[in-house]
Design a binder for this molecule. Structure first.
Ligand code: ADP
Length: 162
């Protein structure tokens, strides 16, 4: 069984992430979206909000599983019997970072292969970091988010991020 792990912070999941998963579905038997839990990192959305948002988007895709993970992604892949990591590439700076990450993951992940999909042009400007900035600034980020993703309560996010 070809299992791929798509790791990330997904703070929040954007339509850029969704296109990567949808395009990768024909390549794998199962894709596990692994939401990172890092106690050093300050998130805008809580882990439960990030998980629930992704669950809703892929509710009708039986090949997609949503999970959380702490620690090294490479170790998580071994635990899940996943031989593949899935990542998206938007630009040259993604590439420089991802190249190193992939090479190191292959060593510590017992040969796990990273499969890269180049972002489609209409999504390549979208990043969770900038979406968070829009939300914190009180702007309307719905255009960057999957349909039905809850963004109301910007005031609450502004409060959290202070
Ligand atoms: P991380 O903190 O690990 O970078 P992200 O949630 O920001 O987590 O991203 C997870 C993956 O999704 C990364 O491979 C990233 O390059 C990819 N990604 C994010 N946004 C886009 C996009 N708009 N188009 C294609 N890939 C994307």
């Amino acid at each position: 069984m070809k299992i791929a792990v798509f790791p990330g912070s997904f703070d929040p999941i954007t339509i850029g992430h969704v296109q990567i998963v949808k395009r990768a579905l024909p390549l794998f038997d199962k894709i596990i979206i692994a939401v990172g839990v890092n106690s050093q990192k300050k998130y805008l959305y809580t882990l439960d909000e990030r998980l629930a948002g992704i669950d809703r988007v892929f509710a009708n895709d039986p090949k997609v599983e949503v999970d959380k993970h702490e620690g090294l992604t490479a170790h998580y892949c071994i635990k899940k019997n996943a031989r593949y990591l899935l990542r998206g590439l938007r630009n040259a700076s993604d590439f420089d970072y991802e190249k190193q990450l992939s090479q190191m993951n292959q060593i510590i992940g017992d040969g796990v292969e990273t499969v890269f999909l180049i972002s489609q042009p209409e999504f390549s400007h979208i990043s969770s970091t900038l979406v968070r900035e829009v939300i914190k600034g009180g702007g309307d980020a719905t255009v960057f988010l999957p349909k039905g993703f809850k963004v109301e309560g910007a005031d609450e996010f502004i409060r959290r991020s202070k």
